[in-house]
Design a binder for this molecule. Structure first.
Ligand SMILES: C[S@@+](CC[C@H](N)C(=O)[O-])C[C@H]1O[C@@H](n2cnc3c(N)ncnc32)[C@H](O)[C@@H]1O
Length: 261
């Protein structure tokens, strides 16, 4: 495939654009300073890097989430009991097909996004079927108290989350175990680049990217983690890097159906 230099240069500028917007919108940092000055942050939270980082990301995400790529067809195909990992402020809520969904568990550990998420749940008329689970997907025991058990979920949905979770390989295995046999994993994730120069560019961006983008990584082989999470009956994943190998933020999207036995 011919790599048109203009396309390549445009692709290599994409993370920079995101980071500039994040910086421009980085009022979150100042809003958190204001929270500290007005004693809204408890002393224990003040001493925790993770707690402060969550607070900053929560405030920033509320301001940039409208930029997220839409994935309406994938989200619209979710059915039954759905577990959405990392719903954030609820960008995907409008895209659910309500007649096909019975329950949605929104696994969202960042409590600074919960008010907005709750408001969006009500806005889209999902309050009777939506439950916010206020901790990370790795909290197996605590999730059980919400009725989230292994083999109990019809659809797991992950939209731009696996780039930011700690230990994504384990998280993919965990999501696999939560699915019932025959259940569907729906994903839309950005992943490591295919071509070597694009990988180098990713490596340079990666120095600052996690700091500005709430711990997100540009360089994860997420498709490999999903494929090796367990036995799949069907794998229907599309990689934008197949068409455009120079992309510096390539996406993997589609569905994997868990084997019945
Ligand atoms: C980039 S945002 C994506 C939000 C949303 N999926 C969307 O499409 O707009 C990533 C989200 O994953 C959440 N997250 C981070 N670690 C998580 C974990 N261990 N378990 C579940 N969600 C997590 C973050 O709090 C954040 O809301």
């Amino acid at each position: 495939m011919a790599l048109h230099p203009i396309n390549r240069a445009l692709s290599y500028g994409e993370p920079l654009l995101f980071m500039l917007v994040a910086l421009y919108r980085f009022k979150g940092f100042f809003l958190v300073l204001f929270d500290i000055a007005t004693l809204k942050v408890s002393p224990s939270e003040l001493l925790s890097y993770d707690a402060i980082s969550d607070r900053v990301f929560g405030k920033m995400w509320l301001r940039i989430s409208e930029m997220e790529t839409v994935v309406p067809a994938l989200v619209g195909s979710a059915s039954g009991t759905v577990l959405e990992i990392g719903p954030g402020s609820g960008n995907q809520l409008a895209r659910y097909n309500k007649s096909n969904v019975t329950t949605i568990f929104g696994i969202e550990p960042n409590r600074h996004l919960h008010d907005e998420l709750r408001a969006n749940v009500a806005k889209f008329g999902l309050q009777d079927i939506y439950r916010i689970v206020p901790f990370g997907i790795e909290e197996v025991q605590r999730m059980k108290s919400f009725g989230v058990e292994e083999g109990s979920i019809d659809t797991v949905l992950s939209v731009q989350v696996l780039c930011g979770v700690p230990d994504p390989e384990q998280v993919c295995k965990r999501m696999y175990r939560l699915l019932r046999p025959g259940g569907t994993m729906i994903v839309y994730e950005h992943v490591e680049a295919k071509d070597w120069l694009s990988r180098k560019v990713q490596g340079v961006y990666q120095i600052a990217w996690p700091w500005l983008m709430g711990g997100c990584s540009l360089v994860r082989p997420t498709a490999d983690y999903l494929l090796s999470a367990g036995k799949w009956e069907t794998v229907d994943l599309t990689s934008s890097a197949k068409e455009d190998p120079w992309l510096v933020i390539p996406r993997v999207s589609g569905k994997l159906i868990k084997a019945k036995s």
